[in-house]
Design a protein around this ligand. Structure first.
Ligand SMILES: [Zn+2]
Ligand SMILES: [Zn+2]
Length: 472
């Protein structure tokens, strides 16, 4: 069963908050990057209660391996592994009897296969590069794996000799069955003793359940496939070197598929196996299509959305509060804040905040939203927007040819901001509109005369005089 995000039923849950009993997807969770040991480490918090959230098993976040088998099978058909298998197979085919070449080919391939395994088990489904670091990588896990193979073969021999062929075959069948889990435990723990400990690997097989058998069957098929394939090809008609090439190529191809598959199963069941997966790496690499980190605003937005969906309006308001103070407030956040105040029926606070939001909308040039909001709040005489805001609104109406609204807005301005330096201009604009659009020339003249009388030194006074002469 896959747990889904409480708020996005399409998205797999990545985190769980015990306190809120809520599942979060990677978009809903709150990430905090904290400087640690010279690097940044991510911590994940519940957006609702701020408790640290528990990461779920990656098995909950990815497709189960049995749904991905075709893709897993095609894994080596990516540029790096494909070129590498072709080059190494060609090398092997050109020098079929040179021991040194055989060793080099085998070591390079197994090193790359290990890198595939590690990358996959940490969540990167894109084939790793073939780098110098990889060539220099520690041989220890590879040697451990050879020791395991030798030890199991030796043990089979011993069982054959001491208990007879039936017991011997049974032991071989048993070893083959547990071999994949032994390899996975060895990779997860870096220890041979842990890997061959039945007290460790048996419980893991049972925790994985039937899918383990499915993986085993698929691996068996993979190991026998190259031989089966070469059996159908009429080898006797082909040049010897080509046969060697095909053999190398196919067995390397299948090696990569099987290491990728084991890595994927380890990733899917890492919780059951006790293998730690670095969530940051997983999220940055999944499928080779890294997830873009969210911006601070997106993250805040997501957290507020979660709180709203949970009905925790008050907490959402508190979360937004620091972001709607000071300069350069984001109008979207401000709008959310106002909406929340209205949702909580906090009339007093929303009456106070609405004019501030209107100032912001006008300053940011959000014409329609500003006009709509002004319509809603202009009857409230207790809390006013800034004079500058109202003046701009009036000019917007004017430029939209909504002259009646423009005149009303200039009147609103004049009534409320008598002492403002833009008041003479407001009078003048109003007079102009009355004359040109309102058909009320006498009122216009009255206003123009009043301008000349009350603001004799204001530049608009000259304009008024000229206009009076014109509008006679
Ligand atoms: Zn979500
Ligand atoms: Zn919580």
């Amino acid at each position: 069963m896959t747990d889904k995000c409480t708020f996005h039923k399409q998205s797999a849950a990545h985190f769980y908050c015990q306190h809120c009993d809520t599942f979060y997807c990677d978009d809903c969770i709150t990430i905090r990057k904290i400087d640690e040991y010279g690097g940044k480490k991510s911590y994940y918090f519940c957006p609702a209660c701020n408790d640290q959230a528990r990461m779920l098993s990656v098995g909950n976040m990815i497709d189960p391996f049995w749904k991905r088998l075709p893709k897993i099978f095609l894994y080596p058909i990516q540029p790096v592994p494909l070129i590498l298998t072709i080059v190494l197979a060609a090398l092997g085919a050109l020098f079929p009897s040179t021991f040194l070449v055989k060793i080099v080919v085998a070591v390079l391939m197994i090193k790359y296969a290990f890198s595939v395994f590690l990358n996959t088990s940490q969540g990167s489904l894109k084939a790793p590069g073939f780098t110098w670091d990889l060539i220099n990588a520690d041989l220890k896990p590879i040697i451990q794996q050879y020791i395991l193979i030798v030890a199991l073969s030796f043990a089979s021999g011993m069982v054959f000799l001491s208990l007879g062929p039936i017991a011997g075959y049974c032991f071989i069948a048993f070893s083959a069955l547990v071999f994949p889990v032994i390899i996975m435990v060895q990779m997860a723990t870096n220890s041979i003793l842990h890997a061959i400990n039945p007290m460790i690997f048996f419980p893991i097989i049972f925790r994985i359940g039937w899918p383990y058998l499915l993986m085993y069957l698929f691996l068996t098929f993979l190991y026998s496939a190259p031989m089966a394939l070469l059996n159908v090809v009429p080898l006797e008609n082909l040049p010897f070197n080509l046969v060697v090439f095909l053999f190398y190529f196919l067995s390397q191809y299948y090696t990569l598929v099987s290491y990728h598959l084991m890595g994927y199963v380890l990733l899917q069941y890492h919780d059951e196996i006790g293998y730690p997966v670095d969530y940051d790496f997983f999220i940055a690499n999944r499928g080779g299509t890294p997830k873009k980190p969210l911006t601070e605003k997106q993250e805040l937005d997501n957290a507020v959305t979660v709180l709203i969906k949970m009905g925790k309006y008050q907490q959402a308001i508190e979360r937004l509060l620091p972001h709607i103070k000071g300069e350069n407030v984001d109008p979207e956040l401000s709008e959310k804040f106002l909406k929340l105040l209205r949702m909580t029926n906090d009339k007093k606070r929303s009456d106070i905040y609405a004019p501030r939001h209107l100032n912001l909308l006008v300053a940011k040039g959000k014409k329609q939203k500003a006009i709509d909001l002004f319509d809603e709040i202009k009857s409230n005489q207790e809390h006013l927007p800034d004079a500058k805001t109202v003046f701009t609104l009036a000019s917007w109406y004017n430029s939209r040819s909504e002259y009646k609204k423009a005149m009303e807005t200039y009147v609103y301005f004049i009534n409320n901001f008598k002492k403002d330096e833009q008041c003479p201009e407001a009078y003048f604009n109003l007079a102009q509109l009355l004359h040109e659009k309102g058909g009320n020339t006498s009122k216009a003249r009255q206003i123009l005369k009043a301008i000349v009388k009350h603001y004799p030194h204001h530049p608009v006074s000259d304009d008024a005089n000229k206009y009076l002469a014109k509008a006679a």
